[in-house]
Ligand binder design. Structure first.
Ligand SMILES: O=C(O)CCC(=O)C(=O)O
Length: 291
């Protein structure tokens, strides 16, 4: 039985619905949650992306992984506080917590605005850089938020059902059957980190496909995007505690990640995440029990 009671747009996602999405992920390596994003949040995200793309003069980076006609932005939390609502969203975080655990971290936040004429990316799995034999439990979980409709024509994520159970990463030239994860704006695609997928080709003349990726990883792993240097100490101090913990400002299992015995949160003066390392092994006077 799950402990999660997910809030839904107009009520709460039933435990049975959550369990059924989890079962789908277990079977096919991904699931699509329609109506996961509240309409006001969808609008706020779309407007924020549009504004930032103009302010930062975002241009395609010009390679196969990041795209030739795709506008990408990374480290979104440091760019605008509007994005702070995403990693802890009640319709999404419980999937990461369940597939990883409650000490999971935010690995990255990315905007992928796929423009007309874009070619598809190469198939990959998000935790494919981890050299532990497959198949295995996921080291990452990625949520892809549809801010516009995702269609096969405009570059909906391509995904290989069941590939999280494959015993290898995609090989060059390997032919596999994929599906286009078509979904209406407001949906979120949850992907097991071992599932083969890629951004699709945009064969339209005018239609941009706007998606956000909010990616989580195991708490002991190196995050794909550096959260420490992309956030200012002031931002961390002002963040909700759960978000700061996801970014890595608490200690993993009360020990890993400390700076002279302090958590990174304590180091930057974030009161609510002011842990000290080995706290569970200290007496009230702060003297180690086995000293
Ligand atoms: O844009 C997408 O649909 C997927 C992007 C992706 O998989 C990636 O950038 O690694």
């Amino acid at each position: 039985m799950t402990k999660y009671q997910i809030k839904w747009q107009n009520g709460s996602m039933k435990t049975a619905t959550f369990e059924s999405h989890l079962a789908t992920i277990e079977k096919q390596g991904y699931c699509i949650i329609e109506n996961a994003i509240e309409p006001e949040l969808l609008l706020e995200m779309t407007e924020t992306v549009e504004r930032l793309e103009a302010e930062l003069d975002v241009q395609p980076r010009g390679n196969r992984a990041e795209g030739f006609a795709t506008k990408r932005m990374y480290n979104l939390l440091g760019k605008d506080r509007a994005f702070w609502k995403l990693p802890t969203h009640a319709n999404v975080l419980p999937f990461a917590e369940s597939l990883l655990d409650n000490e999971c971290l935010l690995s990255g936040t990315t905007c992928m605005n796929i423009g007309p004429g874009e070619v598809h990316q190469g198939l990959h799995s998000d935790d494919g850089l981890v050299s532990v034999q497959r198949p295995r439990a996921p080291f990452m979980v990625t949520s892809i938020w549809a801010l516009t409709d995702f269609t096969e024509e405009n570059g909906a994520t391509r995904i290989v059902p069941g590939s999280h159970k494959f015993d290898h990463e995609p090989r060059k030239g390997e032919k596999v059957k994929f599906v286009a994860a078509e979904m209406p704006a407001g949906s979120v695609l949850i992907v097991n980190g071992g599932t083969w997928h890629c951004g699709g080709a945009n064969t339209t003349d005018l239609d941009w496909r706007l998606g956000l990726s909010v990616q989580y990883c195991q708490g002991w792993m190196r995050q794909q995007q550096n959260q420490y240097y992309s956030l200012t100490p002031e931002q961390v101090r002002e963040m909700p505690e759960r978000l700061a913990a996801l970014c890595g400002f608490t200690l993993y299992k009360g020990i890993m990640g400390h700076i002279d015995g302090s958590s990174p949160g304590r180091f930057v003066g974030a009161g609510e995440v002011a842990e000290v390392a080995y706290a569970a092994m200290r007496t009230k006077n702060g003297v180690a029990e086995d000293s």
